[in-house]
Design a protein around this ligand. Structure first.
Ligand SMILES: Cc1cc2nc3c(=O)[nH]c(=O)nc-3n(C[C@H](O)[C@H](O)[C@H](O)COP(=O)(O)OP(=O)(O)OC[C@H]3O[C@@H](n4cnc5c(N)ncnc54)[C@H](O)[C@@H]3O)c2cc1C
Length: 402
């Protein structure tokens, strides 16, 4: 059975790895000209994604590449003294097994795990998918596949070709997110610096193995802005106006806006699709069920979804309709819970009032001062909240064809 996957970031390579282990013939098409190299932004892997990575034999590599940011110095706007937060305690409260890693490091590790058994087409994109699985590309000749999977992110091409324009399918969570690359000398490896005020949050971090540092900005907005989806000049202006004057350190990060080699800016939106499959096509990871970038643990959801989809296809012996039904059933609950969680995080991580600013800093400080078993015990009382990702189950599937 021939399966085409669009997207080679996180969900795509994990899915490709498992499908090829189960004996399927897998092709991955990726718009970027080459596999991703260290960079992007920092993402979280919680227990289910760590377990799946262990099954893939890449856990040690992932842990070796972790960013190692274990302290946070958080300044409330207007105050000159930072609140010191022990992030290992905060992460320990949310998960028994958790790692922060740069998205592109993670992508490279998953890609390397499966690349010998998978056909990768870089610098290309799907232009059409017909009802029988005939696919045309921008560059490669047309080919036929039994199954096509969109693993091409929040603004998925496969989703647009199959389900229509995304405006109908998304919900704005009331904020924006931006990341830019800045000189490494501005940051300390191991220690993140954060500044939080009413309606805005900025943070800087790096890792020993990176050549640069990453400044991330989140801000509230009651309505979607006319930020021009592909107009970085306008987006940089909005970001500058939103944060200038917050603190001299933040102003220094903003000075890099013109020269930065990497800039990301997007609304924090949530996908609201209830079904992810149609005929021969299905969606995985952010393409199908992004709960909101940076607010909903979507990387762990993408890894879990990719593993489950491959397992259901193997269990159904390649009967894709049966497999898609099993996949949607298994992922429904984790997706719904992640959406609810992300809506809550989007509200609290960018405080809307001085009291919210205080509560965010003070809450993190309290957890970081508690003995680890106590903070973990408190967090465990609520699997809908802090321990959401650890409470997701990783199903067992037939032994892979080794
Ligand atoms: C700024 C930012 C911060 C984030 N922080 C966190 C965090 O702290 N914790 C967390 O868990 N998650 C975080 N996320 C989310 C996380 O990055 C995603 O959930 C995760 O990368 C999803 O993986 P994916 O493979 O589904 O999609 P993506 O990583 O978005 O990958 C999609 C892939 O598809 C490719 N592609 C796109 N269009 C096409 C096309 N037409 N043809 C072929 N290929 C195409 C892209 O080049 C890319 O390689 C953050 C996201 C952003 C943007």
């Amino acid at each position: 059975m021939r399966i085409l996957i669009s997207g080679a970031s996180v969900a795509g390579p994990v899915l490709a790895y498992w499908l090829s282990r189960y004996g399927f013939a897998v092709t991955v098409v990726e718009r970027a000209p080459a596999p991703r190299k260290a960079g992007g932004h920092a993402v979280d892997l919680f227990r289910p994604a760590m377990e799946i990575s262990a099954k893939m034999g890449v856990l040690a590599r992932i842990e070796e590449r972790a960013t190692g940011t274990d302290r946070l110095a958080m300044y409330r706007e207007g105050s000159t003294r930072a609140t010191e937060i022990d992030l290992t305690k905060v992460y320990g409260a949310t998960s028994d097994r958790h790692v922060v890693i740069m998205r592109d490091d993670l992508s490279e590790i998953y890609y390397a795990a499966g690349r010998d058994d998978v056909e990768y087409l870089f610098d290309d994109s799907i232009t059409s998918i017909d009802i029988d699985g005939d696919v045309t590309f921008e560059h490669a000749p047309a080919r036929a596949f039994e199954v096509v999977v969109g693993a091409d992110g929040l603004h998925s091409n496969v989703r647009r070709l199959t389900f229509g324009e995304e405006g109908e399918l998304t919900r704005f969570l009331g904020g924006y997110l931006a990341v830019l690359s800045v000189p490494k000398a501005l940051a300390d490896a191991g220690r993140m610096i954060g500044h939080v005020g009413v309606g805005r949050l900025a943070a800087l971090h790096t890792a020993a193995h990176l050549d640069d540092a990453r400044a991330a900005f989140l801000f509230r907005s009651t309505a979607e802005l006319d930020s021009g989806h592909r107009d970085p000049r306008r987006q940089k202006q909005i970001l500058h106006d939103m944060f200038v004057g917050m603190h001299s350190e933040v102003d220094r990060w903003l000075d890099e806006l013109e020269a930065t080699p990497a800039f990301y800016f997007d609304a924090i939106t949530q996908l609201r699709l209830d079904r992810w499959s149609r005929r021969r096509v299905t969606l995985v990871g952010d393409a199908g069920y992004c709960p909101g970038p940076a607010v909903g643990g979507s990387t762990s959801l993408a890894v879990l979804g990719a593993y489950v989809l491959a397992g259901e296809l193997a269990r159904a012996g390649g009967d894709h309709l049966r497999a898609f039904a099993g996949y949607e059933l298994a992922m429904r609950e984790p997706v719904l819970r992640s959406r609810a969680f992300a809506r809550g995080v989007a509200k609290s991580i960018i405080p809307g009032s001085p009291a919210g600013t205080w509560a965010l800093t003070r809450g993190a400080q309290l957890v970081s001062r508690m003995p680890a078993p106590l903070s973990r015990a408190l967090a465990k009382l609520n699997t809908k909240g802090l321990r959401l990702f650890d409470s997701m189950q990783v199903p067992d599937y037939p032994e892979a064809d080794v």
